[in-house]
Design a protein around this ligand. Structure first.
Ligand SMILES: C[S@@+](CC[C@H](N)C(=O)[O-])C[C@H]1O[C@@H](n2cnc3c(N)ncnc32)[C@H](O)[C@@H]1O
Length: 257
């Protein structure tokens, strides 16, 4: 079931944002990384069946890698451009995947999945905290009893330690990407401005999202009904803390919710 309530237009609705930044966000190495990260993800989450939801699947890095291992994958994303990329990747890998174009606030399929994943900072996009909780409730409802959920984001503890207001880097296609960041709302959110300089033309994209500490993310998951929430510092299950590469939360829907 996918309900479609009207949502106000936000930065992530801008297809040009994902299209223009695609070479930076999704170079070939990112697809290789996902192939390698799938086994650790399965080890951390121990799904009891084969039905997987890849929420905000983007170009299908994890969806395709999971389907290659025999999982029945549903990839959900809002961006047409990225779903087209995902379809092409699945065709090339000769795997069948169900692709659904939907907002993560709307996608619910009660009791359908053994595992739900949200990878590479795809959570925390909404201005209203209750929308983030609504997303977690949708995931909770969409899982079978005993099903597992994994959320992978950048943790606040790490960000506080390494925060730099400005940085720049050269992209594989020769463009220069200048990033500016500002923390706001009492250290709960980050506002980013990314300027792409390509062949003496520049394009600027602005976006913002919530930054979760380990405890805050665990609390949101508990609020949504999850039990047995565990935090890790990467997908291989290292300890979470200020030196962790990522904030990875694994939670389970109780067998008798
Ligand atoms: C940083 S990308 C990560 C993609 C993918 N999880 C991966 O690991 O490659 C974030 C994804 O979230 C999707 N997205 C953003 N806002 C969304 C929303 N409200 N509903 C559904 N998908 C959304 C974007 O289209 C994009 O594919």
């Amino acid at each position: 079931m996918t309900t479609s309530k009207p949502h106000k237009t936000e930065w992530f609705d801008n297809e040009a944002f994902w299209r223009e930044l695609y070479p930076f966000m999704f170079p070939a190495q990112k697809f290789t990384d996902a192939e390698e990260q799938v086994e650790p993800v399965l080890k951390l989450t121990r799904p009891t069946g084969k039905a997987v939801l890849d929420l905000c699947c983007g170009p299908g890095r994890f969806a395709v890698a999971l389907a290659k291992r025999g999982f029945r994958v549903t990839g959900v994303d809002k961006t047409r451009f990225l779903l087209d990329k995902a379809r092409a990747k699945a065709r090339a890998a000769k795997v069948k995947i169900e692709w659904v174009r939907a907002d993560m606030r709307d996608f619910v399929r009660p009791g359908a999945f053994d595992l739900a994943i949200s990878m590479f900072t795809s959570f925390g996009y909404f201005d209203e905290k209750r929308d983030d909780v609504a997303v977690l409730r949708n995931i909770f409802t969409s899982l079978k009893p005993g099903g597992a959920c994994l959320i992978d984001v950048v943790g606040k503890e790490k960000l506080a330690k390494v925060f730099q207001p400005t940085s720049s880097e050269r992209l594989p296609d020769g463009a220069l990407l200048v990033q500016r960041h500002e923390i706001f709302d009492d250290w709960t959110r980050v506002r980013n401005e990314w300027t792409l300089l390509r062949k003496s033309r520049s394009k600027t994209f602005r976006f913002h999202h919530t930054i979760y500490s380990g405890q805050e993310l665990a609390d949101r998951l508990t609020q949504a009904g999850f039990a047995a929430v565990k935090l890790y510092g990467d997908l291989c299950g290292s300890a979470y803390g200020p030196d962790a590469r990522r904030l990875v939360a694994v939670a389970r829907k109780p067998k008798n919710p």
